[in-house]
Each structure stands twice: as C-alpha cells, then as structure tokens.
Design a protein around this ligand. Structure first.
Ligand SMILES: Nc1ncnc2c1ncn2[C@@H]1O[C@H](COP(=O)(O)OP(=O)(O)OP(=O)(O)O)[C@@H](O)[C@H]1O
Length: 253
C-alpha cells in the first residue's frame, strides 16, 4: 500500500502559540498510522489538550504542516473541515453533552447525523449504553447525571459511529479503576476494528494495562520520541480477526 495514503495524521514541525504568548507546542512532528493505539502523556501544562485540539481541528497551528487522511488540512477551505470532523470521535475533557437531550439521544446523535434510521439505531445505542453501565440512565438528561456518568455518555457518543480516528482527553478521569479498565477495553476493541486511537491521560496504571500501545510523551511543548516509533509505519494495520464479537453494537457497522 502507498505509505502516504495509509497515514491517518501527519504533523510536520508544528508549532502553536496562543495570541502573542510563547509557543506551547514546538517543532512537533509525528505520524499516526491506521490501527495503532497511542497514549499521549505529559505533565500538567505540557500541551496535551492543545495537541488534541489540533488533531480534532478545533485549533489551527501557528506554523508547520498538518495532513489528515492524506490531505493538507491547513490550506483547505474551512467548509471542508466538517467532513473531516465526521470521521473522528472526540471525548472532550468537559464532555460537551447536549444539555436538553437524554443520554440515549446524545449517544444516538452521530448515527442520526450519518442518516441511520430510528429502527436501526435503537439496538446499538441501547447496547452501547449497557456496555458503559448506563442502561438504567438512558432517559436522563446530562443535568441529572454524575460526572462519571456524563463521561461515559461522552465516550459512548464518541465511539458509536466507529470513527476512523478517536481522540479522547482524559477519558477515565472521573470513573473508578474498574470502569477505567472497562473503557480501555472498549477503546481497544474499537482499535482492533481499525480505529486509530489517541488517549491523553495522566493515569500510569492505564498505560501499564495496554502494553501494545505507543506512547507520545510531551514535555514543555516538545514531543519526545526516543525510539522514533512515532515516525515509522505501523506494526499492524486494519481490522483484526475476532474484534467484532467484543464491540457493542458492531452489527450496524
Ligand atoms: N486558550 C488558551 N489561551 C492561552 N493559553 C492557553 C490556552 N490553552 C492552553 N494554554 C496554555 O498552553 C499550555 C498547555 O496547556 P494544555 O491545556 O494544552 O496542557 P495539558 O498538558 O493538557 O495540561 P493538563 O494536563 O493540565 O490538562 C499551558 O501553559 C496553558 O496555560
């Protein structure tokens, strides 16, 4: 396969500054390949959220090149960006649920946007809510949910349409260790189905439980890549056998 076309995202010497402040990301270069699982780590203030914002196209870099799904997203007209965003699932640190919609309707949103019929989306949404332990909370609006419950709705919404790229900012920050492990397994199941996953986390235990992952380590805005693993092609690619069985709602995909 043409290697360049196989890339999900490439950053080339990317820098980011807010206003006239000094750069918070400096000379960041890496390539994300399909089917890999990445953890983004680094101390508070190292630039993790800023890097994720560049990834989910909420922020433009101050310099450098960003290519996504084989295309330059910096010079591209803004009108084309929504099409790229639809290929991604994003778990925001502050959840960003739609306040007037129930947990069910929040999770169903990406499927409705993709044109899946009400009949076809009911089971996968119910299955996904059950998977994240929220079957009984399906009708609750976000205001009635705890922080951990909101986080799980946000995750369910981000993964339900099986995006090509999943970007999650501290997705286990508000749940207990047992649920954190379960959510990690959900991300891994998606990953085996071919989704490239990027999870920013402080949780060292989570990293230890996913030895197949690649580590993107940020320190003071610079990406440390001592082994060069973030510049080289994938160890594996695409769908892995058996993945369908452990992913809730996989039948509609
Ligand atoms: N909107 C903004 N305007 C100005 N400075 C910002 C903005 N967002 C982030 N910063 C600064 O950029 C730097 C990196 O912040 P960022 O939130 O990306 O780090 P982080 O690694 O995600 O931190 P944490 O783990 O605490 O969430 C910090 O110095 C922060 O103060």
């Amino acid at each position: 396969m043409n290697e360049r076309r196989a890339e999900i995202v490439t950053f080339d010497n990317v820098g980011l500054r807010y206003g006239t402040d000094p750069e918070v990301l400096r000379n960041v270069s890496f390539t994300l390949y399909p089917g890999n699982f990445y953890f983004l780590t680094g101390a508070s203030g190292a630039g993790k959220t800023s890097l994720l914002k560049l990834l989910y196209l909420a922020q433009r870099p101050s310099r450098g090149a960003v290519r996504m799904f084989g295309q330059d997203v910096i010079t591209m007209p803004r009108s084309r960006l929504p099409d790229f965003r639809r290929r991604m699932g994003v778990v925001f640190q502050d959840f960003r649920l739609v306040e007037h919609l129930s947990a069910f309707d929040n999770v169903a949103l990406p499927l409705r946007v993709a044109g899946v019929s009400e009949n076809d989306l009911r089971k996968p949404v119910d299955d996904m809510l059950a998977w994240v332990g929220l079957a009984e909370r399906s009708h609750a609006i976000p205001e009635k949910l705890s922080g951990g419950e909101k986080q799980r709705v946000a995750i369910a919404r981000a993964v339900i349409a099986r995006p090509k790229l999943l970007v999650a900012d501290e997705p286990t920050g508000n749940v207990d260790p047992e649920m954190a492990l379960k959510l990690l397994r959900l991300f891994e199941a998606m990953n085996r189905l071919g989704t490239t996953v990027v999870v920013a986390t402080h949780d060292i235990n989570l990293l230890k439980k996913a030895p197949q992952s690649l580590i993107m380590r940020l320190a003071q805005g610079k990406l440390l890549d001592p082994t060069g693993a973030l510049r080289f092609p994938p160890r594996h690619e695409g769908t892995q056998p058996g993945a369908e069985t452990d992913m809730p709602g996989a039948d509609i995909w």
